[in-house]
Design a protein around this ligand. Structure first.
Ligand SMILES: [Zn+2]
Length: 317
């Protein structure tokens, strides 16, 4: 229906050329610095405030789920930081490393890339889920992809189609190995027409756990829209949609959510899942909501709320 991007992420990446290696290094350094600063600020309780050390627990050391199968920083488990019903949620930050995804340019001329925003959102969501007793698995916890790349996987500054498929299958394997109860993938949308915007969540409608897929998607869509609205930006409600309808699927099922398709998805995801596209990076109002102060944190909060509400509902069923 032409409502998604006209350029695939790969096409965009090809056009962007080879400056990416340096960009990745810089982003990696910034991410490492912010991680260190985050840990320091969380570990330093206010010396004389009454609620001193009772705020956020220190960030835990990520534990590799299967160090033999994933590179450092890929597929890591974070323990709960607070009490609550036991559950494991896999959070998948879309794109990464040599695959930047889509991008948008703010009114100030800053370029924001999908891969950086998805990582920030999953990290923020992870902290909130941990606080409610949930074990969190991150398919990637750094800029780098969570799946080892074969020689030749990056050509002309972009992932090849085959490498991209292996990367997606690696994300599924991570969620499966970790025995996650739910899988949530975070992406952002883009389109040639800057006026196109809004919030959409994709789910698979026919698998044996389709009812849970739909419930999870509905919960995420509602929580994201509510949080964005509370923050002063009400995006268009594009609703929840069949996973074969989005740009990320290339017209077929999403690798992350789809059923077994021999030769394409040999080992499908084994748990309910959804892929969120909270905003369009190419829409100025949408981009301002995510690029502004607290934007990724607010979306992380929304994702955690959406998953949390779904888990609470699942326990009552
Ligand atoms: Zn994407």
């Amino acid at each position: 229906m032409g409502r998604h991007q006209t350029l695939t992420p790969d096409e965009r990446a090809v056009r962007k050329g080879r400056r990416r290696v340096l960009e990745v290094l810089v982003v990696g350094l910034l991410a490492a610095a912010s991680l260190v600063l985050g840990v320091v600020s969380q570990e330093a309780p206010t010396p004389d405030g009454p609620g001193g050390g009772a705020t956020a627990a220190p960030a835990p050391d990520p534990v590799a789920v299967d160090p033999a199968a994933f590179p450092a920083g890929g597929c890591v488990r974070l323990a709960p930081s607070g009490p609550g019903p036991a559950a494991t949620v896999a959070l998948d930050a879309g794109h990464g490393g040599p695959d930047p995804g889509s991008e948008g340019t703010t009114a100030d001329g800053d370029v924001r890339r999908e891969k950086d925003l998805t990582l920030a959102v999953t990290r923020a969501a992870a902290e909130r889920l941990r606080a409610r007793g949930t074990t969190v698995v991150l398919t990637r916890s750094t800029d780098a992809l969570g799946t080892p790349l074969a020689r030749g996987a990056v050509q002309d500054g972009a992932l090849t189609t085959d490498a991209s498929q292996l990367d997606l299958l690696g994300r599924v394997r991570c969620a499966n190995v970790a025995r996650a109860d739910a899988l949530v993938s975070v992406h952002f949308n883009s389109f040639a027409d800057a006026e196109v915007g809004g919030t959409e969540t994709l789910y698979e409608p026919e698998r044996t756990f389709a009812r849970q897929n739909r419930a999870l998607a509905q919960s995420l869509q509602g929580a994201i829209r509510a949080r964005l609205t509370a923050g002063g930006h009400t995006p268009l409600d594009r609703g929840i949609a069949d996973d074969s309808s989005g740009a990320e699927s290339g017209g077929g099922h999403l690798v992350l959510l789809g059923p077994r398709i021999p030769g394409y998805i040999d080992q499908p995801s084994a748990m309910p899942g959804a892929l969120v596209e909270p905003l369009f990076l190419t829409n100025p109002d949408d981009l301002a909501a995510i690029a502004g102060p607290g934007g990724t944190d607010a979306l992380g909060e929304a994702v955690a709320t959406g998953v949390g509400d779904y888990l609470d509902g699942a326990q009552r069923r």
